[in-house]
Design a protein around this ligand. Structure first.
Ligand code: ATP
Ligand code: MG
Length: 299
């Protein structure tokens, strides 16, 4: 057997939608790397945590083979690979450790605009093009629908126009690609986002310690990422209307500005501080609203 590794190796996408956000999330956990010339392997400097830059489809397999310890990959790819391995008799070896809050999309069934959608039974006997046969088959079985799955590795959305399929099952985020191909999403099969994937089996003590440290920092980094500091002024009598509008806020710091009723407030908000919410706060009596990002937080 190979000697136990005393460094943690994380696979991330080399280029594509998840590449930059994965890297910056790990960097916000205090990791940094010395780039290698080929940029396939990045040696960890601040911590013994290295990166392997690969195609996203390869990430679950690299974890399964023990080449990498962890990976950042779409739930769609992780689940589909798990189903494929299961179908060929393999025992589950990797799982989702936690969701990472970026790369949101959904795997959806889409049909031509001209169809009047009444439900899944409409797909009975139809051909559905997809790159996700495992997830689609599982969903069709759950719906009790018998349809033909046409496996395509890319450009799934043009299959109906080419006469290769009647409907498709593909990833959707804005829906613009579907609309451009005269298709409309009708059923969601999987809500997806980027996840940290890892083995089901336990690590040896050294890597377990590193993984635990990373998970703790990720927890903090993800929490801070969504949180904002909201600063504003308001009169005392406006507080009963203003306070309930603060998005998932911790108890605000309140300072008296003068001998009158004018107050200055600071609230740490964990919910989304949207423009709409700011406008509501203003209508409720908040003045001089300012939204500040949080660099770090240690409770
Ligand atoms: P690779 O060369 O690594 O195989 P890829 O072309 O398979 O790249 P991307 O298009 O970069 O992969 O998508 C990576 C992941 O981003 C998807 O698996 C999915 O989880 C997520 N994603 C988010 N929004 C979308 C979207 N609108 N379309 C496709 N994927 C999306
Ligand atoms: Mg891919």
């Amino acid at each position: 057997t190979a000697p136990a590794r005393d460094r943690l190796r994380i696979a991330i996408q080399k280029s594509g939608r998840l590449a930059d956000p994965a890297r910056s999330l790990l960097a916000s956990c205090g990791l940094s790397w010395r780039e290698s010339r080929d940029r396939l392997f990045c040696f960890g400097e601040t911590l013994p945590v290295d990166l392997l830059l690969v195609r996203d489809d390869d990430i679950p397999g690299l974890i399964a083979d023990g080449v990498c310890d962890l990976g950042v990959v779409g739930r769609n790819v992780l689940t589909e690979t798990g189903l494929a391995r299961g179908a060929s008799g393999g025992a589950p070896v990797f799982r989702e450790w936690r969701s990472l809050g970026f790369g949101q999309c959904r795997l959806a069934v889409a049909v031509p605009d001209s169809w009047q959608w009444t439900g899944a039974e409409q797909l009975s006997g139809k051909r559905i093009a997809t790159s996700y046969p495992g997830l689609l088959r599982q969903w069709l079985e759950a719906q009790g629908v018998d349809a033909e799955i046409v496996l395509l590795s890319g450009s799934v959305e043009i299959a109906p126009r080419l006469g290769q399929a009647d409907a498709i099952c593909d990833l959707v985020s804005s829906g613009a690609t579907l609309a451009a191909n005269q298709l409309k999403p009708v059923e969601t099969i999987l809500e997806s986002e980027a996840v940290l994937a890892g083995p089901i089996a336990e690590f040896d003590p050294v890597r377990a310690g590193l993984a635990e440290l990373l998970m703790r920092r990720l927890e903090g980094a993800l929490r801070v990422r969504k949180s904002k500091l909201l600063m504003f002024q308001a009169n005392r009598d406006a507080l009963p209307r203003v306070m309930p509008l603060l998005p998932d806020a911790e108890t605000p710091t309140v300072m008296r500005l003068d001998e009158g009723d004018s107050l200055a407030l600071q609230a740490l908000c964990h919910g989304a501080v949207t423009w709409q919410r700011l406008e509501e706060l203003k209508r409720a009596g908040a003045r001089g609203l300012m939204v500040l990002p949080i660099e770090g937080m240690l409770a």
